[in-house]
Design a protein around this ligand. Structure first.
Ligand SMILES: Cc1ncc(COP(=O)(O)O)c(C=O)c1O
Length: 365
């Protein structure tokens, strides 16, 4: 199988697996225990915290370990002070659903999938306490003007959260330069195992725990730490980032050369270097995903991140993509291990499958 679905999840890197395995055998103590075994586990967790902090450009005490991106997003949004929240129509459901539990304004995006900072400014109210805008979109890869929006939040006296799940491990992240107060990451999107993530919480930010029952994580997140997951995520965080930009650019160039009537969403705005979101007029994305799967390639339809969803993607809808084109859109996402040969053969398989599906399509004349 040639794997082109790194935005859904990534394979575990050997370095992360080795760290995971060593934690299971050598650091099995409870980090809260005072004996040597417990203290070895505590030491492993604190070393891991320093590595994750280095990845984000923050201090180790500003890192709160969680069970993944969803929990980090929930903690940021539901743990922030009471009041009005501003978020955007293209966020992951982990943000949208949490914001839906609060008094929230959801701002729109433009046709390329970018949030206009002026829209955020217009949505401000005197009681706005939190703004949440993702760093990179999971479907299109489009990068948002987070630093600019964080400056607006600061001016308004609101906290700024960014869901960085699709940015961390793909582009350099510096939470101080971004000016955010809260930033979510998820290990399984950058070659760590599933079930571990982190929330950056700027020193001084008041955040109420959502999971209670212990004083772990400086009282932000109760529960015995997932030591193997945490050390594996730290090992993955320390790896050099995969170089995917030349592969992604070559892929898009070949597709545009060889296949007619293709739209690459967000192509003309800054994006993470591993993602292509492509609409092939006249086909159904699900049929294309299945045809590619049978040919040995894993890609996804736009909304595959939200498990088994067949509804047209809310992201493409928010961008104003016509429904038929949204239903004809797939996502190709590259990562560690993607080769130029993989890309060449994917283009070949796409060319064949798209031509065959279009022949059968009454919608494609
Ligand atoms: C942008 C974004 N936020 C949050 C999540 C949720 O992360 P997790 O799967 O670790 O809960 C995902 C992935 O599914 C995502 O792509």
């Amino acid at each position: 199988m040639r794997y082109f679905d790194h935005n859904a999840t990534t394979p575990v890197a050997p370095e992360a697996l080795a760290a995971f395995s060593r934690a299971c055998t050598d650091f099995y103590g409870n980090p809260s225990s005072i004996h040597t075994s417990g203290q070895q586990a505590r030491h492993a967790v604190e070393e891991a915290r320093a590595s994750v902090a280095a990845m984000l450009g923050c201090a180790p005490r500003e890192v709160v370990f969680t069970s993944g991106g969803t929990e980090a997003d929930n903690l940021a949004i539901l743990g922030a002070p009471a009041g009005h929240v501003i978020t955007t129509a293209i966020e992951h459901p982990a943000v949208l659903a949490a914001a839906g539990l609060r008094n929230a304004t959801v701002v729109r995006v433009d046709g390329s999938g970018r949030v206009d900072p002026d829209e955020i400014r217009r949505a401000l109210r005197p009681d706005t306490k939190l703004i949440s805008v993702m760093h990179a979109n999971n479907e299109t890869g489009v990068l948002q003007p987070v630093a600019e929006i964080a400056a607006i939040a600061r001016e308004a006296g609101a906290l700024m959260h960014s869901d960085g799940v699709q940015a961390a491990g793909r582009i350099p992240v510096d939470v101080r330069a971004l000016g955010v107060d809260l930033y979510s990451i998820s290990g399984h999107k950058f070659n760590a195992p599933k079930g571990v993530g982190a929330l950056y919480v700027r020193e001084g930010v008041k955040l109420a725990a959502r999971q209670v029952g212990g004083r772990h994580e400086r009282e932000r997140r109760a529960g015995t730490e997932n030591v193997p997951g945490i050390v594996a995520m730290a090992a993955a965080a320390a790896l050099p980032r995969p170089v995917t930009q030349p592969l992604r650019d070559r892929f898009e160039q070949l597709v545009l050369e060889r296949i007619p009537d293709v739209v690459i969403h967000g192509r003309n705005v800054p994006r993470v270097p591993n993602t292509s979101c492509l609409g092939f007029h006249g086909i159904e994305a699900e049929a294309l995903v299945i045809a590619l799967d049978l040919a040995g390639f894993a890609v996804s339809t736009g909304a595959a991140c939200s498990s088994g969803a067949t509804r047209p993607s809310h992201v493409l809808e928010a961008m104003g993509v016509p429904p038929a084109l949204a239903r004809a859109t797939i996502r190709v996402s590259m990562g560690r291990g993607t080769t130029p040969e993989d890309v060449e053969s994917l283009v070949q398989a796409l060319e064949t499958a798209v031509a065959r599906l279009r022949k059968l399509s009454p919608a494609y004349a």
